[in-house]
Ligand binder design. Structure first.
Ligand code: FES
Ligand SMILES: [Fe+2]
Length: 371
């Protein structure tokens, strides 16, 4: 049995992994000329859409004297701060006007920037790329492009359905994420007659392998003790059902289930809002049950139940964590959690030294647990 000194004792800043895309808001929450306030990694953001509907994300503090820009006025192109009327381009954050300047005052306003962040919209969500913060005391300059495009839910046919669910979790992002990858809580937290019962617990062997920035639970035939998979097998009339579950930094769990021509996939993220709060967003896409009128509702219902069970569990857990108890992670069920902490440490180390990231797994392994 291995103790863990990680979740409650690690340096606060290792909770925040900069240099990645994060889900900021469901796209439908941002409309018209309204600026929506939100927060990612303790970074306050004002999110809006230009006249063409393209989303943008600005640092929600005016570079003049810090007034949140979300209190300002947006005309579809420029944001006007509510305090002294400085104007900024929505996408670049570049200053366009300082109303108090007289004609002979030569301030180079085009060198002034409200911080802006790369922003993309996919699968019903607005994603924002959060780079390393500027050094303390220095202001923003023109934002660099993100080094990679924002993640997307994998899809395997032209036509499919999409749905999302979101819930706030009153815990650190680490507890949110290790809760997500923890196989041993299933029979206790997610019991339901139509899913599985506690007495169906049995020993499982699962193969894991390292992948860039994460690990994969290799394609396998899913848990035979769960009803939906039995149903799926009947429905798809497929010999083999395979599922793959990947975890990749900073916060993503990818699940793909394929049965013949049918597929279901989801991308779940647990996003740090502050040091003590996070949010879980599940976006699922599928081409199963497309013709079946209640398919979507049913799926949302089932997923909603799962997420609510997890949310409630973490809310209760947070009562215990308040008092900073000693914690432990045990083999093999908590090994994925250990890899997660290992991956984070390796990523932070590589950022610090500029060297290549050293993966905490040396090769494929089989883990055993009962669930
Ligand atoms: S604080 Fe924004 S214009 Fe002065
Ligand atoms: Fe769960």
């Amino acid at each position: 049995m291995n103790d863990i000194s990680l979740p409650q004792r690690e340096a606060a800043d290792s909770l925040m992994l900069y240099g990645f895309w994060y889900r900021a808001l469901p796209g439908q929450q941002v409309s018209g000329s309204q600026l929506q306030k939100t927060m990612l990694l303790e970074t306050p953001l004002a999110i809006g859409r230009d006249r063409q509907g393209r989303p943008f994300a600005l640092h929600d503090a005016c570079p003049h004297r810090g007034m949140p820009l979300s209190h300002g006025h947006f005309d579809g192109q420029q944001v006007e701060c509510s305090y002294h009327g400085w104007r900024f381009d929505g996408h670049t954050g570049q200053c366009q006007l300082i109303p108090s300047l007289t004609t002979d005052q030569k301030v180079k306003i085009d060198r002034i920037y409200a911080g802006s962040y790369p922003c993309e919209e996919h699968d019903d969500f607005i994603w924002v790329f959060i780079p390393e913060p500027p050094p303390p005391g220095s202001g923003f300059t023109k934002a660099d492009d993100a080094p990679m495009p924002a993640p997307r839910v994998p899809t395997f046919s032209d036509k499919y359905k999409l749905a999302y669910l979101t819930a706030d979790l009153p815990c650190t992002v680490d507890h949110g994420i290790i809760g997500l990858m923890d196989p041993a809580h299933g029979p206790f937290v997610h019991q339901a007659w139509w899913w599985r019962s506690r007495s169906s617990i049995h020993e499982k062997h699962k193969n894991f392998e390292p992948i860039p920035n994460g690990f994969r639970m290799s394609a396998h035939t899913p848990s035979s003790n769960s009803a939906p998979y039995k149903l799926l097998k009947l429905y798809a009339d497929a010999e083999a059902i395979t599922t793959t579950i990947d975890f990749t930094l900073p916060n993503m769990r990818w699940e793909t289930i394929r049965a013949g021509k049918y597929w279901f996939s989801s991308l779940t993220t647990v996003t740090p809002i502050t040091r003590s709060r996070c949010r879980i967003d599940v976006v699922a896409a599928w081409n199963l049950f497309r013709w079946f009128p209640f398919g979507e509702e049913l799926l949302k219902y089932v997923f909603g139940k799962f997420v609510e069970q997890d949310r409630k569990t973490m809310e209760q857990q947070s009562e215990g964590l308040k008092h900073n108890p000693h914690l432990m992670l045990i083999d093999d069920a908590d090994r994925p959690a250990k890899w997660y902490f290992g991956l984070k440490a390796a990523y932070l180390e590589s950022r610090k030294t500029g060297g290549a990231m050293k993966h905490p797994m040396s090769g494929p392994v089989t883990l055993k647990w009962r669930s």
